[in-house]
Design a protein around this ligand. Structure first.
Ligand code: NAD
Length: 487
């Protein structure tokens, strides 16, 4: 066995960042952060509670009320955001190395995510400069126009899958629009989030605009949601957590953006380009270790090609390379945390009683320790099965046959989630009509999951509330005031 690559200069302690200074928790408490390959504690992070959130919100509030950031011209803010993107890009290899080590993501995929993080800042920097607000005229009578204003302190709560990129998806628009922020990153993966402070300082972001509090969701996250001086919360995470946050934010009538769980279908019709569909549906559920909100974790296949699809899919799944996250040849790394590993493995066992196991089904050979799961494929999975209905969030996929378009639609829509869907058919009319009928926030037709940052991102049903992406993010992070003038 080759020696494992460990990133140089790993910290052993991570602090909060409040009002431009790195600080420990008021009560001195810390929590353990594990390396997903060994499950040994490799650092301790400050465990924030209400007192720490109070300090961070006070700093962010001070920067909002008295600091320059909300009052700067969009062009001035955009310059700083572009500098942030430049710095992220220039450190993409280091960011990927740390992200991969902390989260278990394959290094090549972590590199792509670091670059996407830079792109998120660039995109919102450009958008805010190009922003035009509405004006309406009633000739000779009235003129009406819109003033767009930042809202205040934005609370940003993020999950552990692709943490750095998902943080940038919130930080970019929240900052571009002139808000100040308190970020509460996921407790499994605090390493990459700790780099934002240095990047922002270097780019010239004024003190107090960005604040970071580490800690558990039920402590630090909860205090942020319940803080009266935080008028909006952007949350990405599990649907169950979204429900709790929704209830906790209700007494304050906060603005909420909720990007939640998924159990997205890929529907493969008999006339599809089979090779392209297999490649894409393999990537769709096994990339990012299957720890991906938009994973195509249910594949619905039309009966005439079903047997061939299952056979070829299983063969290809067996060839997916499981390995050390830092190895460039690795396609599936180690799952983020032993707790999550146990959850995914429990679904693998449940699946053995619900479907026909055709690939994987446990630990891959040669990996006696660490959170490794072999890419696992179940065929003949009925609609009622738990592995069909519930989000597993790992490298596990359920394949189900269908006979008619109506049945395909019923299966596709027959879960509580509605985040993404993927449709494979060469029938032009069917593809568009089917897309329209699917209960999903985003549909890809004959396509891999490729995002265009101008389009709406979000789910329906239990997958979310509200949309971000393009101008919708600007709308979420700003108030729009109508001004009416009688002429
Ligand atoms: P999670 O809900 O457990 O945690 C997400 C964040 O919320 C963490 O920072 C956590 O500390 C915090 N949190 C937990 N309880 C809280 C509470 N009571 N109050 C405030 N904050 C609280 O989710 P996770 O396991 O970290 O992430 C995986 C989930 O995220 C999956 O369901 C996945 O589908 C979803 N996800 C969705 C999208 C999307 O865009 N729709 C993107 C990525 C991940």
């Amino acid at each position: 066995m080759t020696t494992r690559h460990i990133p140089a200069d790993l910290p052993d302690h991570i602090q909060h960042y409040i009002g431009g200074r790195f600080v420990d928790s008021v009560d001195g408490d810390t929590f353990e952060v594990l390396d997903p390959v060994t499950n040994e504690t490799y650092l301790r992070a400050a465990a924030g509670k209400k007192d720490d959130i109070d300090l961070a919100v006070a700093a962010a509030r001070e920067a909002f009320v008295n600091g320059p950031w909300p009052r700067m011209l969009p062009r001035e803010r955009a310059r700083i955001l572009h500098r942030i993107a430049d710095i992220v890009e220039s450190r993409d290899a280091r960011l990927a190395e740390l992200e991969s080590f902390d989260s278990g993501l394959p290094i090549t995929q972590a590199l792509g995510q670091a670059r996407r993080a830079a792109e998120n800042f660039r995109f919102f920097a450009d958008l805010i400069v190009a922003q035009a607000d509405d004006a309406f005229k009633v000739p000779g009578r009235q003129m009406n126009y819109v003033n767009r204003k930042p809202i205040g302190v934005a609370g940003l709560i993020t999950p552990w899958n692709t943490p750095f990129m998902l943080e940038s998806w919130k930080l970019g628009p929240a900052l571009a629009t002139g808000n100040t922020v308190v970020l509460k990153p996921a407790e499994f993966t605090p390493l990459s989030a700790s780099l934002w402070a240095g990047i922002f300082e270097e780019a010239g972001l004024p003190e107090g605009v960005f604040n970071l509090v580490n800690g558990l969701g039920e402590d630090a996250g909860d205090a942020l949601v319940k803080h009266p001086d935080v008028p909006l919360i952007s949350f990405t995470g599990e649907s169950r957590t979204g429900q709790i946050i929704f209830a906790n934010a209700a007494p304050y009538l906060k603005g909420l953006s909720m990007e939640l769980g998924g159990k997205s279908p890929a529907i493969v019709f008999a006339d599809a380009d089979l090779e392209a569909a297999i490649d894409a549906t393999i990537f769709g559920v096994f990339s990012l270790n299957g720890e991906r909100c938009t994973a195509g974790s249910r594949i619905l296949v039309e009966r005439p090609i079903y047997d061939e699809f299952v056979e070829r899919y299983a063969e290809q799944a067996k060839r997916v390379v499981v390995g050390d996250p830092q190895d460039p040849a690795t396609e599936v790394g180690a799952l983020v945390h032993p707790e999550h590993y146990e959850k995914v493995m429990s679904y693998v066992e449940i699946g053995k009683g619900e479907g026909r196991l055709v690939a994987g089904g446990g630990r891959p050979e040669g990996f006696p320790t660490g959170n490794y799961v072999a890419p696992t494929v179940f065929a003949d999975v009925p609609k009622e099965a738990r592995i069909f209905q519930e989000e597993i969030f790992g490298p596990v996929v359920a394949i189900t046959p269908f006979d008619t378009e109506e049945e395909a639609l019923e299966l596709a829509n027959g879960v509580r989630y509605g985040l993404a869907a993927y449709v494979w058919t060469n029938d032009l009319k069917r593809s568009h009509n089917f897309a329209q009928a699917i209960e999903a926030g985003m549909v890809w037709l004959n396509s891999n999951n490729v995002r265009d940052l101008r389009t709406p991102f979000g789910g329906v049903k239990a997958s979310g509330l509200g949309h971000e992406g393009g101008y919708r993010s600007i709308d979420f992070y700003t108030d729009q005031q109508a001004v009416h003038i009688t002429l």
